[in-house]
Design a protein around this ligand. Structure first.
Ligand SMILES: Nc1ncnc2c1ncn2[C@@H]1O[C@H](COP(=O)(O)OP(=O)(O)OP(=O)(O)O)[C@@H](O)[C@H]1O
Ligand SMILES: [Mg+2]
Length: 468
């Protein structure tokens, strides 16, 4: 029997991760924070979660290799949020069937992904912190086996007398406590990840390690300390420790992975994230209003759905601007009522955020290429004329309307940059392109968003008697 049920449908109910403090929610910018748990109001993404759970079951049965997950998507599509959701999933997993190992998510910066010494450091550190946490949570004297594991994880140099004090120091200060950094010493010879693992067989063998790599489009093996083939050896299951990885990045992540010999014919899961489906967007918005117990939100929900166009980052922007406008006009955090606030003002703030999101990526696209803005406008008109799907030749003819002498190289360069900035997306199976964020077209063509009129709130909802 499978360890976890791979079938997953978001039922829309509030979860622990949705119980966020309002001030914290309002202070978040529109990017997922990676603090070890899922982002609030995370919704949908059933395909991604199911793929993750299938791989979890495979690893749990002791299979290694082909357990790699790659998630590619344009800026603001929700890659980091999905990473955080994988962390959240991991934190609820029972030990593996084979080996009875506990799951250990390890966050690994993309620029260290081919550096075995840094991977060893990140894993050693995660194990030490996890054991420190266990020690601090144990009510009486921690079990001798736990103390021994903790000391082994820290290495001999730590010179610990009081284990609880050491655990506390570590929990507060992280891996740099004790005037030393946890992980391999500068003298430890590490020629490959297998080398590092060989010396840690005992400590690492207790854990089912999942490396989580964000911004994975930056992966390369050309930095000092890199050993080519590190990720590839994990992917192939050639490492004797139970370790796998998930990579999340912008379009271009696949090219980066192929550059370090992780093959595109993956065997694990190859996921693309783009807009949410309508149902997931609705669920996210209602989770948010429900969690903060806001009244009279119907028209607000509608406006947010319309303006965010199912795009996760816009959704986050509009939810924060709505909640902050409602909070500003409510007498207290405990009695939030949308009726007291202006929907038009809130949406205008959200529109600003949405505009600056596009401006940022358009700037990335046009930097050093004066003509690319005109090209982008021509291409989105082409998308409109062709029901949202165009070929490379169509891209070229669109560019030709602005510059009849445009070369194939420039078309390729524009196409690549347009993919990285979220304007276009290459279809995985056929050589055509789509717009992952259709509302980007409206921005480029300077189209106004629908006017907002303040809603007519039902009269009875205005009576405090009915509110209570
Ligand atoms: N499935 C989801 N449900 C609800 N909110 C989401 C979802 N996915 C992402 N979000 C919200 O959208 C915003 C953008 O998401 P995120 O930071 O994960 O995007 P990203 O793809 O990592 O972007 P970037 O490429 O800029 O790093 C965040 O505030 C996040 O909380
Ligand atoms: Mg991100």
């Amino acid at each position: 029997m499978a360890l976890v049920d791979p079938n997953y449908v978001d039922d829309g109910a509030l979860r622990e991760q949705d119980r966020v403090d309002l001030e914290d929610f309002l202070s978040d910018v529109d990017r997922a924070e990676l603090d070890g748990r899922g982002v609030p109001f995370f919704s949908g993404r059933e395909r991604g979660i199911m793929a993750f759970r299938r791989i979890v079951n495979r690893l749990s049965r002791g299979r290694q290799g082909n357990a790699t997950i790659v998630v590619e998507g344009p800026p603001g599509a929700g890659k980091s949020a999905l990473l955080a959701q994988f962390q959240e999933e991991i934190s609820h997993l029972p030990p593996t069937e084979s080996g009875h190992r506990e799951w250990l998510p390890v966050f690994l910066p993309a620029n260290l992904a081919e550096a075995p010494r840094e991977i060893a450091r990140a894993v050693d550190r995660a194990i030490s912190l996890r054991l420190a946490d266990e020690i601090l949570r144990s009510e009486s004297q921690p079990a001798p086996s736990l103390i021994a594991r903790f000391q082994a994880a820290l290495g001999h140099k730590a010179g610990i007398k009081n284990v609880r004090e050491a655990a506390c120091k570590l929990a507060v200060r992280g891996g740099g406590a004790f005037g030393m950094s946890i992980g391999p010493s500068p003298h430890e010879p590490i020629g490959s990840l297998a080398d590092a693992v060989a010396r840690r067989a005992e400590q690492w063998g207790d854990w089912q390690i999942v490396l989580l790599i964000d911004e994975a489009q930056q992966i390369s093996d050309k930095r000092p300390g890199d050993i080519s083939g590190t990720l590839s050896s994990i992917h192939q299951g050639a490492i004797s420790a139970p370790i796998s990885f998930c990579a999340f990045g912008l379009p271009g992540t696949w090219a980066a992975l192929e550059g370090v010999n992780v093959p595109r014919s993956l065997g694990g899961a190859d996921l693309r994230v783009a807009a949410l489906d309508e149902r997931a967007t609705c669920i996210a918005v209602s989770r948010c209003f429900e969690a903060f117990e806001v009244r009279n939100v119907q028209a607000w929900q509608q406006a947010i759905l319309e303006r965010s166009a199912n795009w996760p980052q816009h959704l986050a922007t509009y939810m924060v601007s709505a909640m902050s406008e409602i909070r500003r006009h409510s007498p207290s955090e405990r009695r939030l009522d949308a009726r007291t606030a202006s929907l038009a003002t809130a949406m205008a703030h959200g529109d600003e955020g949405r505009k600056s999101y596009y401006a940022r990526w358009l700037e990335g696209l046009t930097r050093g290429h004066g003509r690319f803005q005109g090209y982008a406008e021509a291409v989105v008109s082409q998308f409109r004329a062709n029901a949202g799907q165009i070929s490379w030749e169509d891209v070229k003819s669109a560019l030709r309307t602005r510059n009849s002498a445009v070369s194939d190289e420039v078309v390729d360069q524009f196409t690549t940059m347009a993919e990285h900035s979220g304007l276009m997306r290459r279809n995985p199976v056929e050589p055509t392109y789509q717009m992952p964020i259709p509302s980007f077209a409206g921005y480029l063509l300077n189209e106004p968003l629908p006017e907002i009129t303040e809603p007519d709130y039902p009269a009875e909802a205005g009576s405090p008697r009915n509110d209570d």
